[in-house]
Write a protein that binds this ligand. Structure first.
Ligand code: GLU
Length: 299
């Protein structure tokens, strides 16, 4: 197997400590496997993309010593490919246009909640648009046992999600004419031949959807590893929206050591003896050895 991993930031702001943890974990896993590490800028969500953020993330990664093995992939340049994937799914009848507004879906979920039944999209438009204009495209999820997706997460263990009862038919092309993250990420991971996905546990909930979509598109399923997310003092996921500060490009070592600590890595000993990781040059070999040991990877 030729290992290919990636870090796939959304350019909604500069790199912060939470995203550094995901970047570092994916970098270390690729290096511990002697594989390739790619960077993909997930800039298809027009309204959320901040001008200049992608360039800032790329330059911070460089300053921190995480060099990608191939030029970055920009999702905004791959729109025709997402259209092609949508057409493929259309031709096999796996997707359908949906005319539901947010309010209609929220109302039906509220009713479902009151009846204590499923909180998934109820599939209102499965049987047709009922005179409403088409707004989005949804992927039909299977019923019964086929709806249960199970995978082994390399950090979190065995995971199971029932797509029919927990998610429902999900959106691939949004009502605001944007490509949904789920479609773009699956198409790109397949086209980039990604074998191992290492990212934050906030994306765990998307993984079953992505595995199902891979099957629909005839793409292989990569190995998954979801690292614990970094919380702020209020117990919320650290994000640009709740006050995460940009990393200081001039002080990479302290932030990297803190990220390694968050990943539970012991940098004081390596297979080749004590290593205190006091420079950027000594940090990476020590952290890679510690990651390999923690994850049971034979280097
Ligand atoms: N772009 C996503 C984010 O920044 C990550 C996607 C992924 O790693 O699959 O949250």
């Amino acid at each position: 197997m030729t290992y290919r991993g990636r870090f796939a930031p959304s350019p909604t702001g500069p790199l912060h400590f939470g995203s550094l943890v995901s970047a570092l974990a994916s970098w270390l896993d690729a290096r511990a496997h002697r594989g390739a590490w790619l960077v993909r800028i997930e800039d298809i969500d027009g309204p959320r993309t901040v001008p200049g953020a992608a360039e800032s993330i790329l330059s911070t990664l460089e300053r921190f010593g995480m060099h990608a093995d191939e030029p970055p992939v920009w999702q905004s340049r791959r729109m025709p490919r997402y259209q092609q994937a949508l057409e493929q799914l259309k031709s096999t009848g796996l997707i359908y246009p949906c005319g539901c507004t947010r309010k209609e879906i929220a109302d039906s979920l509220l009713h479902a909640h009151a009846r204590n039944t499923t909180l998934a999209y109820p599939g209102t438009c499965r049987t047709g648009l009922h005179g409403k204009p088409a707004r989005a495209w949804r992927l039909r999820v299977p019923d019964g046992d086929a709806a249960v997706i199970t995978f082994q997460d390399r950090w979190q263990g065995r995971q199971t999600q029932n797509l029919a009862t927990e998610v429902g038919d999900f959106v691939l092309r949004r009502a605001d004419d944007q490509w949904a993250y789920q479609l773009a990420v699956v198409v790109d991971d397949a086209d980039d031949h990604i074998t191992h996905i290492v990212r934050g546990a906030d994306l765990m909930d998307s993984t079953a959807r992505q595995i199902y979509l891979q099957r629909c598109l005839g793409a292989p399923t990569p190995h998954y590893l979801h690292v614990p997310v970094v919380m702020n003092e209020h117990g919320e996921k650290l994000s640009k929206q709740n006050g995460a500060t940009a990393l200081d490009d001039d002080q990479p070592l302290d932030a990297l050591k803190a990220a390694a600590r968050h990943l539970g890595l012991d940098l004081t000993t390596t297979t080749s003896g004590p290593n205190t990781a006091e420079t950027l040059e000594s940090f990476y070999p020590a952290a890679t050895a510690a990651w390999a040991k923690r994850m049971g990877i034979r280097e």
